[in-house]
Design a protein around this ligand. Structure first.
Ligand code: NAD
Length: 509
């Protein structure tokens, strides 16, 4: 453990007082009627970062009613797409001007490194711009081949009121994978950020008003899954739920939404494998594996939490990953040198450790790490980069989402074995393959059960490329044109052309 690279507490200034968060309902900032609030304590620094209004049923119902009224009024859903795009572009500019202010609070609430938070906020502006472009290029189909007297048109229309429920691990990025796309389509929204990271969503709400978004089009309710998220998933005035979070909550949301058969888009957990063949650029692969394990302290749906190594290279490759992992800077998220910050809560650190200790008890070996980590001068929760070998495919750690900086190493001999191991999980979010042979890469990519397959890279993403999972990693897609289409309904319009062309049905007998 002493051989890890640690960044002690820096002298970076902390906010003098907690940020105050309120609900945004119908264009107005509101406290809860009963005055309830909740606090977020920084997982790295132990200070109270934010104190937010805690919604109950009354605030949630008011937000849904505001979104419904705004949608039905047509003030956003029926205006020209160019007007919607203009607002989204303005929001993108405002986000870019606020990167530093947003990044500080995101870091303190989530525990992630400040450089990563800055990249997340700045990168999100591009999602708003891309969504603005999609707004203006939306179109349906025309059918001019159905007969001389018929013209068919397929229209695209906004789904309606969308509930957006987000997690804590990439709060601003994930919100920006959903909200601008829903708005571009003409939907109105009720947004609930995670109770652990409410602030940047509220700050975005301020920018939305500044950019001229009409009142009631985007509403923000702060609080917990119960009663807020649950009501947002079940209320009959909501037409669609777009959720990112755990598979367990995703299933609860699908069940809650089923009574009204609303549309549900779910981005859930993953147990993402990378398969590494002996002919790969092994130095590049080892670096990417280290990145996939440690990025965001492994608290990442796309965490590369399993590697499947060809037996011939298993020992040397694992040793290289261990060596690289020792060099990754774990520590004060406010120090720009830190690459990995804190674990989101003490309970989650215990959960990660539970998986690791169970695996060790079942015969796994820790080639590196395997426990909590003290960062000098910081009270928060950290976990050591951990590499586990001797993993059998049936162990929980080989199949379940750990959500920590923990890598499970498995081995294979043939491509068939590698594919079987990769697909041996209930999840199917992403997968990777490393080989210099394009045939090997393609053979694996086509058989991997995953929404995204990376070849000779890991976790690259672009607004244009649709993202989502198969199996228990979710349903529906996000970003890209397919992700945008989730927020649109199609309607067929059948038009008879010309008078007297329709043969009468009622015949004189
Ligand atoms: P979580 O499921 O605990 O919470 C997510 C959100 O759901 C929060 O806002 C929470 O308040 C809300 N919620 C909780 N119970 C609810 C209920 N009954 N009804 C409605 N809403 C409810 O997830 P988390 O711990 O915040 O995030 C981590 C999980 O998210 C991991 O499993 C991770 O893999 C997943 N994730 C997936 C993606 C993806 O794109 N596939 C991206 C990021 C995170």
């Amino acid at each position: 453990m002493t051989e890890l690279t640690l960044i002690p507490a820096s002298d970076a200034a902390l906010p003098a007082e907690p940020r105050r968060g309120r609900h945004l309902i119908g264009g107005a900032w509101r406290d809860s009627a009963d005055g309830a609030t909740f606090e977020r304590i920084s997982p790295s620094h132990g200070i109270v970062v934010s104190r937010s209004a805690q919604a109950g049923e009354a605030e949630t119902l008011a937000a849904i009613a505001a979104a419904r009224a705004a949608f039905d009024s047509g003030a956003w859903s029926r205006i020209p797409a160019r007007a919607r795009a203009a607002v989204l572009l303005k929001v993108a500019d405002l986000i870019e001007a606020e990167v530093e202010r947003f990044a500080l609070i995101e870091t303190l609430e989530s525990g992630k490194p400040i450089t990563q938070a800055r990249a997340e906020i700045a990168g999100a502006a591009d999602l708003w711009r891309y969504a603005a472009m999609l707004a203006r290029s939306t179109h349906g189909d025309s059918h001019n081949t159905l007969g001389e007297d018929i013209l068919g048109v397929v229209l695209k229309e906004p789904v309606g009121v969308v509930s957006i429920i987000t997690p804590w691990n990439f709060p601003f990025w994930i919100l920006s994978q959903k909200l601008p796309f829903a708005l571009a389509a003409g939907c109105t929204c009720v947004v609930k950020p995670s109770e652990m990271t409410p602030s940047t969503t509220v700050m975005l709400g301020e920018l939305l008003l500044e950019a001229g978004l009409p009142e009631g089009v985007a509403n923000i309710v702060l609080g917990f899954g119960q009663p807020v998220g649950s009501l947002m998933a079940s209320h009959p005035d909501v037409d669609m739920v777009s959720f990112t979070g755990s598979t367990a909550v995703g299933k609860a949301i699908a069940a809650a939404a089923s009574a009204t058969l609303k549309k549900v888009a779910l981005e859930l957990g993953g147990k993402n494998p990378q398969v590494i063949f002996p002919d790969a650029d092994l130095e590049d692969a080892a670096d990417a594996v280290t990145f996939g394990t440690c990025f965001n302290a492994g608290q990442c749906c796309n965490s590369g939490s399993r590697i499947i190594l060809h037996q011939d290279i298993a020992e040397a490759f694992t040793a290289r990953v261990v060596e690289l992992s020792r060099k990754v800077a774990f520590g004060d998220p406010l120090d720009p040198r830190s690459q990995v910050g804190a674990i989101v809560t003490p309970q989650h650190r215990q959960r990660i450790d539970g998986y690791v200790q169970d695996a060790l008890a079942e015969g796994a070996t820790a080639s590196l790490g395997g426990g909590g980590l003290e960062i000098p001068g910081l009270p928060g929760d950290f976990y050591q980069p951990t590499v586990l070998t001797g993993i059998r495919p049936d162990m929980a750690i080989a199949r379940e989402e750990v959500f920590g900086p923990v890598l499970s190493v498995l081995t294979f001999r043939t491509l068939d074995e590698a594919v079987a191991l990769a697909n041996h999980a209930h999840y199917g979010l992403s997968a990777g393959v490393w080989s210099e042979n394009v045939h090997t890469c393609l053979a694996f990519a086509r058989r991997a059960q995953a929404g995204t397959v990376w070849t000779n890279t890991w976790m690259d993403g672009f607004p244009e490329l649709t993202f989502g999972g198969v199996k228990q990693s979710g349903q529906g897609r996000e970003i890209g044109r397919h992700g945008f289409d989730e927020f649109l309904e199609v309607k067929s319009l059948v038009m008879r052309v010309g008078r007297g062309t329709r043969a009468p049905w009622v015949k004189a007998v």
